[in-house]
Design a binder for this molecule. Structure first.
Ligand SMILES: Nc1ncnc2c1ncn2[C@@H]1O[C@H](COP(=O)(O)OP(=O)(O)OP(=O)(O)O)[C@@H](O)[C@H]1O
Ligand SMILES: O=P(O)(O)OC[C@H]1O[C@H](OP(=O)(O)OP(=O)(O)O)[C@H](O)[C@@H]1O
Length: 211
């Protein structure tokens, strides 16, 4: 049995993905009681895990250090990488939206400024609408930008809508549904075909059962 390394997105997704891994029979005790550790073994299989930031999941999988990765569609849309997107896991559900203060006019002809953590997603969206906008890259707390006049609107992730609500912003346009995806390294799919599909097929089955 060849070893399979899985890169997990640290944070929100990590917690939702553990039950899925357990359902396919992978022991996650180390992962559940992890402290500050970032590398974990599964005690009953040939699988181990690394916990990294979302964009780094793509990097580890693209370079083949990880064979499989679990990452949000938002991260895949923002960063083009050479890898395969295999399964929509149906967890980590949220969406990309254009949001702003209630006085924002999306149909205004004035050139708009858009603040976002996702400049590529935002540019592509407005380009496809035929709108030329200025994008300002922000690293977090994006909702503040229209309140303080840094931008006319934001492109950001909306899950419950609570952050928008508490900051007096509303959604003007829904852009793209987001959920977590299982991604795979291209070479691993060929070189470790049996071990890779042993996992991928089981995950697919569990996801289908949960639908
Ligand atoms: N409310 C949400 N906000 C952000 N991401 C969410 C939300 N709900 C689900 N997700 C999904 O979870 C993934 C990981 O989110 P998380 O907040 O843990 O990381 P991040 O926003 O990339 O990290 P960081 O805050 O460490 O920069 C996102 O890429 C997205 O696919
Ligand atoms: O619709 P909601 O359920 O309120 O969730 C959406 C919020 O969560 C995310 O922020 P995060 O907590 O990751 O912080 P940051 O992006 O500001 O770092 C996202 O950027 C929104 O601000």
């Amino acid at each position: 049995m060849r070893h399979i390394q899985i890169a997990l997105t640290k944070g929100r997704l990590e917690k939702q993905v553990v039950p899925l891994l357990e359902k396919i029979g992978i022991d996650c005790t180390e992962l559940k009681d992890k402290g500050r550790k970032l590398v974990f073994k599964s005690h009953n299989t040939n699988v181990s895990f690394i916990l990294v930031k979302a964009v780094d999941v793509l990097t580890y999988v693209e370079h083949g250090v990880a064979d499989i990765g679990i990452v949000g569609k938002d991260v895949l849309l923002e960063n083009e990488k050479e890898l395969y997107e295999m399964i929509d896991l149906g967890i980590g559900k949220c969406k990309f939206a254009v949001a702003s203060i209630p006085t924002y006019d999306p149909s205004s002809y004035k050139k708009k400024t858009i603040a976002t953590k996702y400049p590529n997603v935002a540019s592509a969206y407005f380009r496809q609408k035929g709108e030329d906008v200025e994008i300002i890259k922000i690293e977090g707390s994006v909702e503040i930008a229209p309140l303080l006049g840094l931008a006319d609107a934001i492109v950001d992730i909306v899950e419950t809508g609570q952050t928008l609500k508490e900051n007096g912003l509303i959604v003007f346009e829904d852009m793209h549904d987001i959920s977590a995806r299982l991604i795979a390294n291209k070479a691993s799919l060929k070189m470790k075909k049996e071990e890779m599909f042993a996992i991928i097929d089981l995950v697919e089955q569990v996801v289908k059962e949960g639908e």
